[in-house]
Design a protein around this ligand. Structure first.
Ligand code: FAD
Length: 323
């Protein structure tokens, strides 16, 4: 049965994040021929509406408000609840990002609705969306559905393929005026850590280093390899705890969960808490001098040896193959 789906787009630095397009693709599956409504929140975000439509949204609702310039739980929650009052969606989809993880459970609770978080696949059975999500730190998957009422879902970035962009698509864009009041949090300034480069949670290639990298400088060759492959640098908690890199790069149970096409685990032992963040990567390459390191159990390709010898050789070979 055709459904109305609301997909909340996520904007960072004036650009829509890829997960927004993946959420639209998920919405299309769930809508079963119904309508997918994109929602954009921000201070001046109307210009991004067309992109959402080109990626498959049937129409877009834009909420421009000065208090939505930077994310705060209160302001987003208030604005989105007012959007849902007008739209009455049957399913609401957001990315399983820092914002999605924070606001979606609150919205579901306020709307007295069901919540399924961190979905990696969606199918429809007898008109109901069935969500596949990893459990036990990614060792197994479960299928979940909400039996009655509205469903809120977050989808893990890099798992559900976005539709091909179609610049010929058109759709209605409307603005909704919302009332935001009694905010408990005000953002005075946003100071970004200078990690730069490709966004870790959406990167197709990740070159991650562990305590075996031994120093901040040791991450230099990993960065060179990542740059060559158009990827991002990540790290184990071991490397972050040792102050070789910023905690913003940590991958794992208490760090970011990533699903790139290619994941290099370099000087990382493969503790269960690290695997929780990367074991669903499509291809895993491990480099470790210990042949018994548990990382080799999840690796598709394993290289036993000294990372300080292997990484420069790998980078040079790649450079040779690229000329
Ligand atoms: P180590 O375990 O010390 O491994 C270093 C590896 O480098 C070894 O396998 C060694 O053989 C190899 N090596 C050393 N020198 C070289 C060389 N020259 N060449 C090649 N290989 C070399 N960890 C995470 O990563 N992410 C998390 O989110 C996370 N959350 C946690 C949450 C909790 C509640 C707890 C208790 C722990 C958590 N941890 C997490 C920590 C986790 O248990 C491990 O301690 C951590 O992952 C180890 O990091 P590591 O593999 O870099 O270091």
């Amino acid at each position: 049965m055709a459904k109305k789906i609301v997909v909340v787009g996520e904007v960072r630095d004036g650009e829509l994040r890829n997960v927004s397009f993946e959420a639209i693709a998920a919405g299309k599956t769930v809508a079963d021929g119904g309508e997918v409504v994109g929602v954009l929140l921000g201070e001046n975000v109307s210009g991004l509406s067309e992109t959402l439509i080109h990626y498959g949204a049937d129409r877009v609702v834009v909420v421009n408000h000065k208090d939505l310039k930077s994310y705060t739980t209160d302001a987003y929650q208030q604005a989105l609840l007012q959007v849902f009052d007008v739209e009455n969606p049957e399913v609401v989809i957001l990315g399983h990002t820092a914002i999605g993880k924070d606001v979606t459970p609150r919205l579901a609770m306020k709307a007295n609705a069901g919540l399924i978080s961190d979905a990696v696949a969606i199918e429809v059975e007898a008109g109901k969306p069935i969500f596949t999500r990893p459990i036990y730190s990614g060792k197994a998957f479960e299928k979940k559905k909400v039996n009655e009422g509205v469903v809120f879902a977050t989808i893990r970035p890099n798992n559900i393929a976005a539709l091909d962009i179609d610049p010929s698509r058109s759709g209605d864009v409307s603005t909704l005026t919302v009332d935001i009041k009694d905010l408990r949090t005000t953002i005075r300034d946003v100071v970004r850590k200078a990690t730069g480069g490709v966004d870790l949670s959406e990167a197709n290639v990740i070159v991650a280093g562990g305590r075996g990298v031994k120093s901040k400088e040791g991450f230099g060759p990993l960065k060179e390899l990542a740059d060559l492959l158009g990827g991002a640098v990540g790290a184990s908690r071991g490397a972050c705890d040792a102050d070789y890199c910023d905690y913003g790069l940590q991958i794992g149970q208490t760090g970011k969960v990533v699903t790139p096409d290619l994941y290099f685990a370099i000087g990382i032992s493969g503790a269960i808490q690290h695997l929780a963040g990367m074991s669903n990567s499509k291809v895993i390459v491990a480099i470790n001098k210990d042949p018994e390191a548990p990382i080799f159990e999840v690796a598709d390709y394993g290289i036993v040896g000294d990372l300080f010898e292997i990484v420069p050789i790998l980078t040079q070979e790649l450079k040779n193959s690229l000329v």
